[in-house]
Design a protein around this ligand. Structure first.
Ligand SMILES: *Cc1c(COP(=O)(O)O)cnc(C)c1O
Length: 407
């Protein structure tokens, strides 16, 4: 797999002068390790022993029978350490940073999943770790903040702008502009200025490679592969071995939220994304006519980003990747469906892919297969799902917890 800087017209490295030397050095070292067997041996060893790879590949037999169409398979990426695919990239970049002699890692986080994965990897590799997180996100995602601190990271609240993910990225970039001698900025998705999108894809391609070998072993006749798309790292890794082939169909599912009005969704590839250069790369973004970033919404914190990784935007334009969206309500239904029928709890993000897979499989012949990438597991979402599905009981529980504490 070759690392690239541009994907059609998308990608590139549109950054201030102060950041160029560090991005150049990072690219150079990444190209070095690309050919270095020792690096990949270490990456694979830790992927096995620490992350828990390979992650399982499950035939969703009960669901398949119930739906009555194509066979449904699920790549259980959510069984990786820390609960999602994010750790593949965090581990790869942290090992690379160590090679470069860096002592400190900084990262942005929105929902906190990338922060948790990064903090855990830094604990394992003995690196100091600072995570930037918007104040609004801290309020919404307190449990993840607790976990990051438990792994020994320092979490710095970001109090400017909308106090969410994009402001956390800006805070991390400002830190890095003055600290890159000893610090690596560990970006959490397949976006940002080059070399990040191409590099993150390569670290995440472990997902696609494992799936490809299962397809061959089981001799599956795969019609479609389906992944949710936030920034795009789980999707690009899962799709990676198949991008240059004509089959199977590759389907990206974005957050349809509560509707297609402004601020109600995060669907960039189904008609509303505008070309722009934001946070160092050219891609499609949800912006107003003045180029200002619009607010987004999704029930899943990991899909509500206004931009999309440049390679995913490119393959959307060429038609190789098809895009669709799933509403909040469809994601919740899919989450319940797979919990009840398979004993598998999808993360809310991944449930968007699950929802579309259920719909597509129903119309496909039985000798075909569809594969869902379950990018994460749903334990992290319990504060959202329990409140939504059993509000009275959950609020009772919370009230009780507080009164116990105040005794
Ligand atoms: C962060 C996250 C996503 C979205 O990020 P991508 O870069 O698009 O993969 C999806 N699923 C889970 C479980 C996540 O934590």
């Amino acid at each position: 797999m070759k690392y690239k800087e541009y994907f059609g017209e998308f990608g590139g490295r549109y950054v201030a002068e102060v950041l160029r030397p560090s991005l150049n050095a990072l690219e150079k070292e990444f190209l070095n390790i690309s050919k270095d067997e020792n690096f990949w041996t270490e990456f694979e060893k830790l992927s096995e022993d620490f992350t828990g790879r390979p992650t399982p590949f499950l035939f969703a037999e009960n669901s398949t029978k119930k739906i009555g169409g194509a066979a449904i398979y699920i790549k259980l990426e959510g069984l990786a350490n820390t609960g999602a695919h994010k750790i593949n990239n965090a581990l790869g970049q942290a090992l690379l940073a160590k090679r470069m002699g860096k002592k400190r890692i900084i990262a942005e986080t929105g929902a906190g999943q990338h922060g948790v994965a990064t903090a855990a990897v830094c604990a394992k590799l003995g690196l100091s770790c600072t995570i930037y997180m918007g104040e609004v996100d801290i309020k919404r995602q307190r449990p993840n903040l607790f976990l990051m601190e438990l792994y020994g990271a320092e979490v710095v609240p970001v109090s400017f702008g909308s106090r969410t993910l994009k402001d956390a990225v800006n805070a991390a970039l400002m830190d890095w502009a003055g600290s890159f001698e000893d610090t690596h900025y560990l970006i959490g998705s397949a976006l940002g200025p080059s070399p990040y999108p191409g590099m993150v894809k390569i670290f995440q391609s472990v997902i696609g490679k494992e799936v490809e070998s299962k397809i061959n072993e089981l001799e599956l006749n795969v019609e479609a592969m389906i992944a949710c798309v936030g920034g795009g790292s789980n999707a690009i890794g899962f799709f990676s071995p198949f991008l240059e082939k004509d089959n199977p169909r590759l389907i990206g599912v974005e957050a349809g939220g509560t509707g297609m009005g402004e601020g109600e969704h995060a669907s960039r590839m189904t008609g509303q994304g505008q070309k722009g250069i934001i946070q160092g790369y050219k891609s499609l973004f949800l912006t107003n006519k003045d180029g200002q970033v619009l607010p987004t919404h999704s029930i899943s914190a990991g899909l509500d980003y206004p931009g999309i990784g440049p390679e995913l935007a490119h393959y959307g334009e060429t038609g190789r990747i098809e895009y669709t969206s799933a509403a909040d309500s469809e994601a919740i239904e899919a989450l319940k469906f797979f919990a009840e029928n398979e004993g598998i709890l999808f993360a809310l993000e991944s449930a968007h892919a699950g929802a579309k897979a259920i719909q597509l499989a129903a119309d496909m012949p039985k000798d075909k297969a569809v594969i869902i990438n379950m990018s994460g597991r749903g334990d992290k979402d319990i504060f959202i799902t329990a409140k939504l599905l059993t509000p009275d009981k959950w609020i009772d529980f919370m009230r009780n917890e507080v009164s116990e504490y105040e005794k």
